[in-house]
Each structure stands twice: as structure tokens, then as C-alpha cells.
Design a binder for this molecule. Structure first.
Ligand code: HEC
Ligand code: HEC
Length: 385
């Protein structure tokens, strides 16, 4: 270590390019490739069906799918904001308890919602339709909408063969079409993806064009920050539930139990993968649901969010309590172990980052955004026949 002072002096004069070690390169490679290959959802027979995608896209923007004719999925999941709304807590027919999640890359998840209360994308799509604070509909009203509109009914029949007599079955079909559309929403390539691929190919020009501050932030992310213990894989999430010390009080005297209530809702749901609406002939996809166990530690746990396209999705966390990415990084930098209310995430310790390190980590997080503009609402073919 005798040469260290000299190296430090040089580093201070010339901001030297970071040379990535083999271990760092393996960790970086694990965050790709992007975009991921498409895989059908076996529990949804409409998954990947172009007619279902088109029907789902119409329904996503359809205001008649709400009790007051004013709300829609797209009122909260706004395309230009990477499918979020910019609010701390979502506002539909009434104020909800949580921050709107993006639906970009949602098909890569295994559990849905901040609390994983649903085990499929289509079941998760039923929730806002029937939640009185969001769209406030019931199966009867949804079925009446589909049956009463010649164009919607025609499109529904194209996908499912018929409009069933049972209202609940019509609602499930609507949700499966909505899921088919949402499965197509994948964020575009970000500066990080270009860098990752360049690094693996040894493309020096490509490596050099990724900003140095983002590189330094990346080294913290996969190094002393241990961020990739939870934010791992191409979507930067392990899809599991953790307590990161975000207060779980919604207001005085009312808490959000997170995963603890999510598991209870999942088990009670008539739409879970153990139920009659799962289209998969073998029930392999339901194994996780059958074996999920309720534990005390689940109290105050929320699902690890993806870190792609964060720039347009502020504010952050399950309750939107942190306004900027800098606030999030500062949270990890200063967090006190006493604030972790579950049995504790041993991996989380206050990182005590310096001002420059905070900036670098923010620069890295910003480099995971695709710059927007990947969605143009489609022009639909005229009437269905
Ligand atoms: C009032 C605003 C609002 C409306 C309207 C709304 N959502 Fe959401 N959406 C949210 C919120 C808030 C969450 C987080 C829910 C939770 O964790 O309980 C969410 C979560 C989701 C998720 C889960 C994403 C993930 O990563 O797990 C999906 C999928 C989704 N919504 C689809 C829809 C669809 C489809 C519609 C229309 C039928 C819709 N949403 C209508 C606010 C809304
Ligand atoms: C123990 C697992 C774990 C580790 C380690 C971890 N995170 Fe998180 N991260 C989460 C969870 C869970 C949430 C959501 C918490 C909530 O809303 O209550 C989250 C939220 C976030 C968000 C907000 C995203 C959004 O859309 O709201 C960002 C940004 C973030 N983490 C970045 C980081 C960075 C940077 C590090 C390393 C310094 C890190 N995380 C380490 C699990 C983790």
C-alpha cells in the first residue's frame, strides 16, 4: 500500500477512468440483457394475443370503466410519466394509501402491488376496477358495459369466443385483456444498457461514452452500497419484500402493514392462481401461492421496486414520501437500524456517503432511464366485425 498516496494524488489531478474488476463485470452483466425476451403468461389465455392487446389498450384509456365516467387506468398510470401520476398517494374516486406503481416492465414481476396481494397481472388489474377509491365498479357494471357496447362486445368475442353469461367471468376477461396490453409495456434501452453491452464486448469507445460519475455511482451500487442485494437482475428488483425503514404510518393511528396484509388478501382472493380463473392446464404457476407463509416479519415489508425509468416517476417509495432520488440516496446513507420495524434487514446499514458519492449514485440511477417517448398511442382499426 506504499504507493497509495501517489495514486491518490494522481487521481486528484486526473479523474482516472475506473478499471472494472472481474467480479464487478459479473455483477454488471447480471443487470441485462435489455430488453428481455417476451414470455407468455400461462395463467392468461389472452396473453400475447394481438386482439387482446388491442382490446386491453382501449380499456386502459376507457373512462366508462369507472363509476363516475371520469376515471381510467390511464388517469393514474399516465404514459408520459412512465405510467405513474407524480402524486405521493394516488387519487381516484378517493385518496388511496399508496404511490402509483409504473406498469412498465410489470410482466417481469411474480407478485403484484407494493404488498404482493395478487399473484398474476390479470388479478392485479381487477383490483383497481372494483376498489371504491379507484374506479369503483362492480362485476355487474363491467359486464353491462361490455354487453351494451357493440364494438367492445365484438372485440371481447374475438379474444374469448363469447361474452359469458356470468358477470364475474366477463370482469376476469376484461382484466386478462388489460394484462395482455400491459405485458407489452417495456421500457427502452437506457445509457446503462449501452454501457453494459460495451463493457462485455470490450468496446472502449462505448465504455468511454458512459459518464464517469455514473460509473462511480455504479461501483457504489454493486459495491459498498450492496444495493444489488435487492435491486438485482435486468429490472433491478428481486421481486421480494423488505423493510427499508420507510415509516408505515398513513396518518395518525392508521398503519399500512404492507406484505403482512398482502399475503392475507392474496389467500382470500377468488382470483388467485389456486382459483378457477387460472388458465394454465397444469398448476405449476400456483406453487408459490400455495406455499407462501405469513410471518411476523412481513409487517411493514414492501416489494422492491424496479429502478428502471425512475427519472419521470417521482415521488418515491410505497407512500411517495421521498420527493427526489437524492432524498432516497440520503435515506440509505443515514438510515438508523432502529427504524427497521420488521425483524430487520441485516444488509441495511447507514452508508454514510460523502456529498460526491451521493451525487454519483444519483447520476447512476438517472442513467437507468430511457429518456421517455417510447409509447405512442395506437390508432385503432375502425369498427370491429
Ligand atoms: C387511483 C389511481 C389508480 C387507478 C385508477 C389505477 N391504478 Fe393501478 N396502481 C395504483 C396504485 C396506487 C398502485 C399500487 C397499489 C398497491 O400496492 O396497493 C397500482 C398498482 C398497479 C399495478 C401493479 C404494478 C406492480 O408493479 O405490481 C398494476 C398492474 C396496475 N396498477 C394496473 C392498473 C390497471 C389495469 C388499472 C385500470 C383498470 C389501474 N391500475 C388503475 C393506482 C391506480
Ligand atoms: C434490503 C433490500 C434493499 C436494499 C439493500 C436496497 N433497497 Fe432500495 N428499495 C427496497 C425496497 C423494499 C424499496 C421500497 C420500500 C418502500 O417503499 O417502503 C426500495 C426503494 C428504492 C427506491 C425507490 C424506487 C421507487 O420507485 O419508489 C430507490 C431509488 C432505491 N430503493 C434505490 C436503492 C439504492 C441506491 C440502494 C443502495 C444504496 C438500495 N436501494 C438498497 C429494497 C432495497
Amino acid at each position: 500500500m506504499r504507493r497509495a498516496p501517489l495514486l491518490l494524488l494522481l487521481a486528484a489531478l486526473v479523474p482516472a477512468a475506473h478499471a472494472f474488476t472481474k467480479a464487478e463485470m459479473r455483477a454488471i452483466a447480471a443487470h441485462g440483457p435489455w430488453p428481455p425476451a417476451f414470455a407468455r403468461d400461462p395463467s392468461n389465455r389472452a396473453s400475447g394475443n394481438p386482439d387482446a392487446i388491442e382490446l386491453g389498450e382501449r380499456l386502459f384509456f376507457e373512462r366508462r370503466l369507472s363509476a363516475d365516467g371520469e376515471q381510467s387506468c390511464s388517469r393514474c398510470h399516465i404514459p408520459e410519466r412512465s405510467w405513474t401520476d407524480g402524486l405521493a398517494r394516488a387519487q381516484g374516486l378517493a385518496l388511496t394509501d399508496r404511490n402509483t406503481q409504473s406498469i412498465a416492465n410489470v410482466r417481469l414481476q411474480r407478485w403484484f402491488g407494493w404488498d404482493g396481494a395478487n399473484d398474476s397481472l390479470w388479478a392485479q388489474s381487477i383490483r383497481p376496477i372494483i376498489d371504491p377509491r379507484e374506479l369503483g365498479m362492480g362485476a355487474r357494471q363491467v359486464a353491462a358495459l361490455v354487453r351494451g357496447d357493440a364494438d367492445l362486445a365484438c372485440r371481447y368475442r374475438k379474444v374469448f369466443g363469447e361474452v359469458p353469461a356470468n358477470d364475474e367471468a366477463v370482469l376476469v376477461g376484461v382484466a386478462k385483456a388489460l394484462a395482455a396490453f400491459q405485458e407489452t409495456r417495456v421500457s427502452g434501452r437506457a445509457p446503462f444498457d449501452e454501457f453494459r453491452d460495451a463493457l462485455l464486448k470490450g468496446d472502449e469507445a462505448g465504455i468511454a461514452s458512459y459518464p464517469e460519475d455514473a460509473k462511480r455511482g455504479l461501483v457504489i451500487f454493486i459495491g459498498k452500497g450492496k444495493c444489488n442485494a435487492c435491486h438485482l437482475g435486468p429490472a433491478f428488483t428481486n421481486g421480494e419484500f423488505h423493510d427499508t425503514g420507510i415509516p408505515f404510518f398513513i396518518e395518525k393511528g392508521r398503519v399500512d402493514p404492507g406484505r403482512h396484509s398482502g399475503i392475507q388478501k392474496l389467500r382470500a382472493s377468488p382470483y388467485n392462481l389456486l382459483g378457477p380463473y387460472n388458465d394454465a392446464p397444469e398448476r405449476a404457476a400456483a406453487i408459490g401461492t400455495r406455499h407462501v407463509r405469513l410471518e411476523h416479519r412481513n409487517f411493514g415489508e414492501f416489494r422492491t421496486p424496479s429502478l428502471r425509468n425512475l427519472a419521470p416517476t417521482a415521488p418515491y417509495m410505497h407512500n411517495g414520501s421521498l420527493a427526489t432520488l437524492r432524498d432516497v440516496v440520503n435515506h440509505y446513507s443515514t438510515l438508523s437500524p432502529d427504524r427497521l420495524h420488521a425483524d430487520g434487514e441485516a444488509i441495511l446499514v447507514a452508508l454514510k456517503l460523502g456529498e460526491g458519492e451521493v451525487r454519483d449514485l444519483v447520476a447512476f440511477l438517472e442513467s437507468l432511464s430511457d429518456g421517455g417517448g417510447t409509447y405512442a398511442r395506437r390508432r385503432f382499426a375502425a369498427d370491429c366485425r
